[in-house]
Structures are given as C-alpha cells and as structure tokens.
Design a binder for this molecule. Structure first.
Ligand code: AMP
Ligand code: GLY
Length: 433
C-alpha cells in the first residue's frame, strides 16, 4: 500500500508511526511533514496540501492508494472532495461533513435536529451584538462563549463573570478571530469530566478506538488558558463499558445516521469531545479528524493493522478484522511546549536528549525544525510529545515523566500532572466495584 499523510504535527507523526508499523507495511509520504515524520516517510516535493492540483498529480504519478488527512483546515477547505472526485481513496470527510467542526452553529443545529445530547445554547451574529450582551447579562454563569468558525482551539472562552463574557463577545464581534467570530454560540456551562472518543467511520459503519482524555488547560490542576492540548492518556477510566454503550447509542450512531440524512456521510475519524455530567455523556464539540495529542496515546495502545483499517474505511467497507485490540495496556503523553504558548513564544533553541528519552518512550515531533547545520531546534508552540506505554496507568505516567526529564531545550514548559486525576478516578472506580 502507498499512503500520503497530510499534516506536520505530533498527531501526524503518531499516525505515520502507526501506519509504518502496520503489518501491511505501507510505503509512506508526508506533506508538509516534519523532521520526525521524515525518519519514516518521504517528502513529496511540494509543501502545500491545499495545492490540490499538485496533490492529485503526485497521487497519480506515484500510484497512491490512500491519502490520510491529519488537520481540519484542509478538510474544511475541501481537499477530500477533490481527491474523491479524482477517485483517489481518502481518509477524511468532505467539506460538507467537516462542518461538524468548522461551524459550531451548524454542529449545534445538527445535534438539535437529531436529538443528540449537548449543552443548551443560543447563537448571535455581529449584527445582533446587543441581544448577545443582553443574553450574557441575564443568564446564569458560568457561560461558554464560542466563535462559530475554526480558531485553532482558541475560540472558546469559559466565562465565570459577566465582564469576561462581555469581553469575549466584544473580541469576537470586533474581528479578533477574523471571520470565525462573526457569529458566536453561547452555551450553558456543563460541569463534569471530559473524555474524547474517536470513531473510525466509512460513511455508514463505525468502530471505536480507545477512549482518551486530553488536558486542554495550560497549567497544572486544569487552570489557565485553553491550549490545543498539553497531554493525554488512554484508555480513560472514566469511560466505563456502560458509559461507552450510552455514548454509542445516543451520540455516535445517531451522528453518523444524521450525516447520512444530511447527504454528507462521514468518512474519516469522528472525534466526539464529551463532558460526562452526572454519569451522562454530552457533546462539547465535534472534530472531524484525530485529536492532538490524544492520538499519540490512543495509537500507542492500539493493536492491529492501522493502515488496513483506514484504507477499508476510506473505501466505504470498514474492516473491523484489522483491529486485534483497541486498548492493550496504558499510555500517557506529555506535551513539551515553548514557554509562552499558547501566546507568544520564542523558537530556534537546540533540542537535546531525545535518544535517551527514546529508551523509555516514543518522542513525537510537533514543532521542530533543522537549522542550516542540521541541528534539531524548536520551531513551534508545542515542540515534542513524549508517549509512554506500560501495563498500568500509574506506570505509564511515571515512565513518561522519566523520559520527559531526559529532554532539554531552553524555555521548555510542560504540565507535571498529566493523568493524575485519572489515577484518582481509577482508584474510586475500583473501590466502588
Ligand atoms: P471546544 O473547542 O468547543 O471543545 O471547547 C474547548 C474546551 O472548552 C472544551 O474542551 C471544554 O474544556 C470547554 N468547554 C466547551 N464547551 C463547554 C461547556 N458547554 N461546558 C463546559 N466546558 C466547555
Ligand atoms: N486535543 C484537542 C484537539 O485535537 O482538538
């Protein structure tokens, strides 16, 4: 099998790794890739995945069997539609199906139409700014103010005071998030524990990977601003077997069915971001691609032929026999970021200690580059993801942090409590059994 992976982050490095280690032994290319990815995949000779003419020509010239799209932007831009038009199998949804992520307003109305549990909400355009202000001044706090469009994980404000909510509205309506903020969705705050569930979908059928939990806040104790994700672990003990059944029956199956009814069948990874409140699952967000950094952990515990799984889904004939086990042991991922992320940060610092860390865990490149002399340097907000595997969650966490401590670069920042709450949940669940 010959596969092209689109993207350049830690998630794509993990996807490429899992594809490379698949028993079907595919040959791999990446656009635009990163230094870690290029240890396992070849460059295509062009860097912009939105250049669909070059992409199609490359796929034809190289007899590509499958394109796997990592990030949401190319999906929202319709890259999968163009590939399908050319009859090139692609793992990733159409532009119409990608609206589940690219428009929070669409997603909310979709959930309303199909009775999928989610927080109560209202939506306002910039022209309705006065009504929006009135809404946040009269509704119970906290409230969650969301820019409708794609905002790289930064378009959501959990406001615990009216001033915060009003400031968020002002920022969004005044163009602080570009077109993404021209409409806002204001949601009731759901109090509970979050979990991410990934469904591999072929349009009609789906199969779930191990449930995971992300740590979106910047600081320990889940404080500070939201980020793209500072760490994750899988499987998430909060998602018990009976909860998973509810998630499938009330959320995943009706979502796929709903997308068929909308004439936008979903092919790809449907990421359901959940809040578990009073033992019941509610959708906090849909994403139309694998989560970053959850994927690093989810694929660490996956056993089977990942390449065959994605290929079968892309061709509309999901092959569940490609999965041997969705969760073998436990995995923890810690993100090493540049100090200042998700705001301003400096880059260009040399990175050392990766080989030593690799004796304990995998090290995925998220924001790295090579300088003119070939030295690996920092080149992004999230720089590296360290992903461990162990027979218990406690061991996975401990091993991961031992590996993290081997790595050095100036201005490194990471959370020190990834998975800590899960350990407590796990103990509680065990005590209650
Ligand atoms: P989103 O991009 O919609 O997933 O939102 C980012 C993060 O904001 C989520 O992962 C949650 O931590 C938080 N969040 C979003 N919506 C809600 C909600 N209705 N209640 C509580 N927290 C939320
Ligand atoms: N980790 C959250 C996301 O991928 O959106």
């Amino acid at each position: 099998m010959r596969i092209v992976v689109i993207g350049s982050g830690g998630r794509e490095h993990a996807l490429v790794r899992a594809l490379a280690e698949s028993p079907s032994k595919p040959t791999l290319w990446a656009i635009p890739g990163n230094p870690g990815i290029f240890e396992l995949a070849q460059p295509t000779g062009f860097d912009n995945p939105l250049d669909t003419d070059s992409l199609v020509t490359f796929c034809r010239d190289n007899e590509i069997d499958l394109v796997v799209v990592g990030p949401e932007a190319p999906l929202a831009a319709g890259v999968a539609d163009r590939l399908r038009l050319e009859e090139i199998p692609v793992f990733g949804p159409s532009q119409a199906a990608a609206r589940l992520e690219s428009s929070k307003w669409y997603a909310k109305r979709f959930m309303e139409r199909y009775g999928i549990p989610t927080a109560r909400w209202e939506s306002f355009t910039a022209d309705e700014a006065d009504e929006a202000r009135e809404y946040v001044t009269t509704h119970e706090l906290p409230l969650v103010v969301k820019a409708d469009g794609l905002a790289a994980g930064k378009g959501v404000v959990v406001a615990s005071t009216r001033d915060e909510a009003l400031a968020a509205l002002d920022r969004m309506f005044s163009g602080g998030y570009g077109d993404a903020g021209k409409r806002v969705v204001i949601e009731d705050f759901l109090c509970g524990e979050e979990a991410s569930v990934f469904a591999i979908c072929d349009g009609m059928q789906y199969t779930l990977l191990a449930p995971a939990q992300d740590h979106k806040r910047l600081y320990d104790g889940d404080r500070g601003p939201n980020t793209g994700g500072m760490g994750a672990y899988a499987p998430a003990p909060i998602v018990t077997a009976s909860l998973l059944e509810q998630i499938e029956q009330r959320i995943v199956a009706p979502t796929l069915q709903g997308m068929v009814s909308e004439n936008a069948p979903f092919v790809g990874c449907l990421y359901v971001g959940l809040m578990i409140a009073d033992g019941k699952p509610y959708v906090v967000e849909y994403n139309v691609r694998f989560g970053d950094p959850e994927t690093q952990s989810v694929l660490e515990v996956f056993r089977g032929d990942f390449a065959r799984l994605l290929y079968s889904a892309a061709r509309g004939r999901l092959d569940r026999s490609a999965i041997v086990k969705v969760a073998d042991g436990w995995s923890c991922t810690v993100v090493l970021a540049s100090k200042g992320y998700p705001g301003k940060y400096e880059t260009g610092f040399p990175i050392s200690g990766i080989e030593k860390a690799q004796q304990l865990a995998r090290v995925y490149h998220a924001g790295t580059a090579r300088d003119a002399a070939g030295t690996l340097i920092t080149a992004g907000g999230r720089v590296l993801d360290v992903t461990s595997h162990a027979p218990t969650l406690a061991d996975a966490i401990e091993r991961c942090y031992r590996a993290v401590q081997c790595i050095r670069f100036e201005n490194v920042y990471y959370r020190t409590d990834i998975g800590a709450r899960a350990l407590r949940t796990q103990h509680l669940l065990e005590e209650n059994q």
